[in-house]
Design a protein around this ligand. Sequence first.
Ligand code: CP
Length: 315
Amino acid sequence: MNHYLNINDLDNLQQTVQEAIELKKQPLKFEELGKGKTICLLFFNNSLRTRLSTQKAAQNLGMNPIVMNFGAEGWQLEYEDGIVMNQNKSEHVKEAAKVIAQYCDIVAIRAFASLTDKEKDLAEVVLNNFKKYAGIPVVNMESATGHPMQALADAITMEEYKVKHKPKVVLSWAPHPKALPHAVANSFIEMMQLQDADFVITHPEGYELDPNITKNSVIEYDQKKALENADFVYVKNWSSFKEYGEVMINNPEWMLTGDKMKLTNNAKFMHCLPVRRNVIVTDEVIDSENSIVIEQANNRTYSAQTVLKKILEDL
Ligand code: CP
């Protein structure tokens, strides 16, 4: 594999999930594979899980990870061609990407959506410019439109916990005080479109995601109806896609509660974390034995390790 920018960069999701489950049993089995190789992890935004799990994954493969909080500590980058750089941006991505590529064999990048400039966000300006100029493999650690490392971890987790071949999986919008990006929901949907599952998306009217992502996925505006007989409930907030980046309504009725979980088939509760308790989900649900959020976060290591292993094998 050359780059991992989208879940569809994987040749075969089901096989990759099985590889990750095997890797989880023997995480140090390929510790010679990355020997002498370096990965730069560039964070333009905050992180807990992605930063630590990707670093651990690289170390498990014998790699040397270099982590940089680019957003806080790097020069502000310019991405436009031919621009007169007489404002606040100090370095062009053309130099920055080429320089970084001299220090490492793989570059992994976290760069969230602006939620103000839809065109630029959809163009994945940061990720695609690094891909264009670095000339080394690029890994998406959550970009403007996707979080495929999370989606692979979610697929691994569902495979571990599913009790029937074709589970019902519900992705439910939930309220949040701030405008959040669409990346996690987008990648979860793209991942579910590769699964043999009964998949339903539920959200209030006005929160439709990018139709180029949702495609033919079932959308049910009645959350309670959507939750009936669900085997997995994945809860996530996102801001409006149509009224780009806006919080249209923030109805607390959409929070996931214990009463709503009673409608399900004893469903497992999933969330990518971090999560706002008693806003997105009640304490009762997230603290219940049906909550698998901690194992989901654990699987971020094996998701990242499987992706890095595939890239190392093709270097
Ligand atoms: N789920 C996730 O990506 O967590 P962090 O933002 O803490 O990395």
